[in-house]
Unconditional design. Structure first.
Length: 130
């Protein structure tokens, strides 16, 4: 069973951030992976790119990249996760880790990279894991 104690979740799977049509929270459970992993209704306590609450959920809004796909001549998508978690391990908040990762790999801020609309975050972007 997945607990609402999950403070930080990053699912590296296709469409793991997509909320299915009719996504809702009711007495029978929650729908969509962000709600399932956090046990929170996304529209209320798990906002897209939010700053409230105590949880963060990251996933892919489309197909997830394979580790061998090249971003440029120096990096592949394995480095996205590696750099992101490096910064999270240095006590960065979720948003700061995404921005720093993107600066290293793309030389641009996160929202100005191809990841900006592809890698999606729900919940509090100020969440840290250390």
């Amino acid at each position: 069973m997945i607990s609402s104690k999950n403070v930080h979740t990053f699912i590296w799977a296709c469409e793991s951030a997509i909320m299915p049509p009719g996504t809702h929270w009711d007495g029978c459970g929650c729908y969509g992976l962000p709600a399932a992993f956090t046990h929170n209704p996304p529209s209320i306590t798990l906002p897209l790119w939010g700053s409230t609450g105590s949880q963060a959920y990251l996933g892919w809004a489309g197909g997830s990249p394979q580790y061998e796909w090249a971003i440029n001549s120096n990096y592949n998508y394995a480095q996205v996760a590696a750099a992101y978690y490096y910064y999270m391990g240095q006590n960065y908040a979720t948003a700061a880790a995404l921005i720093s990762m993107a600066n290293i790999i793309y030389g641009a801020s996160f929202q100005n990279t191809p990841l900006g609309n592809w890698l999606v975050a729900y919940g509090n972007m100020n969440v840290k894991i250390v």
